[in-house]
Design a protein around this ligand. Structure first.
Ligand code: NAD
Length: 277
């Protein structure tokens, strides 16, 4: 019988969640990410949520970053507790360098230095390019690409000092093949691919691996917004004949974060049902 209870200590933008009672089963089973700490950006819902839960199930302690949805972030922390793993939730906007720096100072003090950084936070503001306002271009680039710069730059020292430094960036199929109405999003996601490859080369000497995942269409709020007619059209172009699920991305993140992936760096892993080969 697993008995779980919750203990919380509130800080300004952060909450600590620790299971009070130890699990009575599987206690001695070694997990691939035991003893490691992971920060997942944008982890209150969708793909980030599943990544946080999957990393915790595989032994990593997790820091769940979110921008606004505190309630959803807390739900994720509750799910993490079910793996008998403690978690921090921390509110920070990844597009703000100072916000991310404050998050680092806080997490370093209360959580500890991280070993795994998952740059997942992302937004889309879709418009035909002709009608795209500079602000719509800027917002998407700031969150999706500068956000990856900010988090990676600020946590880099910790990742280099870790004996198991891993950076996993969430790009997109749209950064590889383009998409109508998503010039800003495509540019940001293609930028992540270039950044991943260049950084992999730079950090190889420090034994930090840098990889990206390029998901196809995954069933989250981001895809829920697509009109039904367009969804049908998209489905026709997916050889496996269905949209992906967030846990199918999370499983790949667990693999890339694990010791099994120690010789993989600079790789862009397509998880798209065969839509782009
Ligand atoms: P989602 O909208 O469900 O979740 C996005 C998350 O990012 C949310 O938790 C949100 O709060 C967070 N976020 C947004 N702006 C932020 C900011 N400034 N600071 C911190 N957090 C912020 O989307 P999702 O589908 O789960 O997408 C997750 C990632 O996967 C994104 O980078 C997205 O571009 C990418 N992706 C998604 C799909 C898909 O089909 N769903 C496909 C390819 C790539």
């Amino acid at each position: 019988m697993i008995n779980i209870s919750i203990e919380t200590t509130d800080y300004k933008h952060a909450t600590f969640w620790a299971p009070k009672t130890k699990m009575t089963v599987d206690q001695d089973v070694k997990k691939p990410l035991d003893g490691l700490r992971a920060l997942i950006t944008g982890a209150s819902k969708g793909i980030g949520r599943e990544i946080a839960i999957a990393l915790a199930r595989n032994g990593a302690e997790v820091a769940i970053n979110y921008r606004s949805s505190e309630g959803q972030a807390i739900d994720v922390a509750r799910m993490v507790e079910e793996s008998n793993i403690s978690a921090w939730t921390y509110r920070a906007d990844v597009s703000e360098y100072e916000n991310v720096n404050e998050m680092k100072l806080f997490l370093t003090k209360y959580f500890g230095p991280i070993d795994i950084l998952v740059n997942n936070a992302g937004i889309n503001i879709d418009r035909m390019f002709k009608k795209m306002e500079p602000d719509q271009w800027g917002k998407v680039l700031n969150v999706n690409l500068t956000g990856v710069f900010n988090c990676t730059h600020i946590f880099l020292e910790q990742l280099i000092e870790s004996k198991h430094g891993r950076i996993i960036n969430i790009s997109s199929i749209v950064g590889q093949m383009g998409n109508i109405g998503q010039v800003n999003y495509a540019a940001s996601k293609a930028g992540i691919i270039g950044m991943t490859k260049a950084l992999a080369r730079e950090l190889a000497r420090d034994k930090v691996t840098v990889n990206a995942i390029a998901p196809g269409f995954i069933e989250t709020d981001m895809v829920a917004g697509i009109p039904d007619k367009l969804k049908e059209k998209v489905l026709q172009n997916i050889p496996l004949g269905r949209f992906g699920q967030p846990d199918e991305i999370a499983d790949a993140v667990v693999y890339l974060a694990s010791p099994n992936a120690s010789y993989i760096t600079g790789h862009i892993l397509n998880i798209n049902g065969g839509m782009y080969l």
